[in-house]
Design a protein. Structure first.
Length: 140
């Protein structure tokens, strides 16, 4: 189930181009990882896309030993939620076991967790104002 949540949106994620001068708010995502290996694939959603739709923006962050973070510029102020996973093996897809449970670290904004899948929109959504926002997400 988790694999379905991430695969389509994040498999093709590419690093964001330089966004200097792009108008809109900046979302900073600080990541707490257990291992500094691979890359973290990030998808930002609005409410319309949360249940399997297209993300508003995708990004990647290196899980380097220093600060693990991503800055996404040019977002319109509003409510968003984030899905992400750490691609430990570099295949661009979220690994899962035969039962569909993730074998690579994953997380959601507000550190929300669902009972048997992604959390509800209301549990993961946060506000991005014109001044921007910061989310700290712990990968599990």
């Amino acid at each position: 189930m988790f694999r379905i949540l991430f695969a389509a949106a994040l498999a093709a994620a590419q690093p964001l181009p330089a966004l200097a001068g792009l108008q809109g708010a900046t979302l900073t995502i600080e990541l707490q990882v257990k291992t500094h290996q691979g890359r973290v694939m990030i998808a930002i959603y609005d409410e319309a896309g949360w249940q399997g739709g297209k993300p508003v923006r995708v990004a990647m962050a290196d899980a380097a030993p220093a600060r693990v973070a991503a800055e996404i510029a040019g977002l319109a102020p509003g409510r968003y939620a984030v899905k992400l996973f750490q691609d430990l093996d570099g295949d661009g897809r979220m690994g899962s076991n035969p039962f569909g449970m993730p074998t690579e670290p994953f997380g959601f904004s507000r550190d929300a967790m669902g009972a048997a899948g992604q959390p509800a929109w209301a549990d993961a959504a946060f506000e991005v104002t014109a001044a921007g926002a910061t989310q700290t997400i712990t990968l599990r």
